[in-house]
Design a protein around this ligand. Structure first.
Ligand SMILES: [Zn+2]
Ligand SMILES: [Zn+2]
Length: 306
């Protein structure tokens, strides 16, 4: 089970009712934060969310609304006496900006490891037990989206193991996908495992124009979180010029990518009430939700729903 929380849903500047775009993915008692604009740590503490459990911060790009909260957040984590390293992942060419921001932190009781990754092709890595893939977006500067996958092992079927008289101490080996020989009998995983299961997948894409590479990267997500800078389709020219998206464009990606649910985020400060334009998006992709700060959801495996 993965827990997803929108820490902030604003673009450009924080407003009294909306912190800047940021998202927390929690799994197994650890977490990964996407972006850290001004005020991110305030929203985290409003939501009573532990900052000490953040193992990695994935930065989409180095516009101020996505990074200027880093020094404050890292200092707060330092006050809780964390000693394990925190990773900051950035598109290639941005490590200097992050390093400059961190100068004001002075001493931290843990190591901050800044890792640059490719800005123009997909790259895979792993944090907190999730497979993470970065993918290029189209913005004014290099910008990355991220998808998260939890690989689910097939279920172990004890009734099958019992029928075959497989000793209990071999069950775990078989569930891990390994064959085992015992008293001249060979047991293979397929004898005791159920059918393969679809991974849990969550994807995140801000700030960007709609491009085909997003569709491929977010395909079949259980949850797709996407920017919706403008609700009104009449603001198309603004979206093109500022390299952002309309609600309807995000909804079209969701529809074409066979995702289950779309959350909109990264709203323009001028968009006071995103719900006002939600129907337009729902006409294209019915399961569209207007995200709000501290909106949260547990994503569970498909077969365990209901
Ligand atoms: Zn932004
Ligand atoms: Zn931006």
């Amino acid at each position: 089970m993965i827990n997803v929380t929108l820490i902030g849903t604003g673009g450009m500047i924080p407003t009294p009712n909306r912190f800047l775009s940021s998202c927390l993915i929690e799994y197994n008692g650890k977490s990964v934060l996407i972006d850290c604009g001004e005020g991110t740590q305030i929203s985290l503490s409003k939501g009573k969310i532990s900052m000490n459990k953040i193992d990695a911060i994935l930065i989409t790009h180095c516009h101020a609304d996505h990074v200027t909260g880093l020094p404050g957040l890292l200092l707060t984590v330092g006050n809780s006496m964390r000693t394990e390293p925190v990773y900051i992942i950035v598109p290639k060419g941005f490590a200097n900006i992050i390093n400059s921001l961190l100068i004001v932190c002075g001493f931290l009781p843990y190591e901050v490891r800044i890792v640059e990754i490719s800005e123009n092709k997909q790259q895979q890595f792993e944090f907190i037990g999730l497979n993470i893939t970065s993918f290029p977006l189209r913005h004014h500067i290099s910008c990355l989206g991220y998808s998260f996958e939890l690989i689910l092992k097939p279920r172990f079927l004890p009734e099958k193991a019992e029928k075959l008289n497989i000793p209990l101490n071999l069950w775990k080996i078989l569930h891990n996908g390994n064959s085992v020989t015992h008293e001249n009998s060979m047991y293979t995983p397929d004898m005791v495992l159920g059918k393969s299961r679809k991974p849990i997948k969550i994807s995140f894409a801000t700030d960007t124009r709609p491009v085909k590479s997003i569709n491929e990267a977010v395909a079949n997500s259980d949850l797709f979180i996407c920017e919706g800078m403008y609700g009104d389709d009449e603001l198309y020219d603004n979206a093109v010029e500022k390299k952002h998206m309309l609600f309807s464009e995000a909804a079209l990606i969701a529809k074409d990518s066979n995702v289950k649910e779309l959350w909109l985020t990264h709203y323009s400060p001028s968009l006071v009430n995103p719900e006002q334009f939600l129907e337009q998006a729902k006409k294209i992709f019915p399961n569209t939700v207007a995200g709000y700060d501290l909106m949260t959801k547990k994503i569970i495996p498909e077969s365990e729903e209901e």
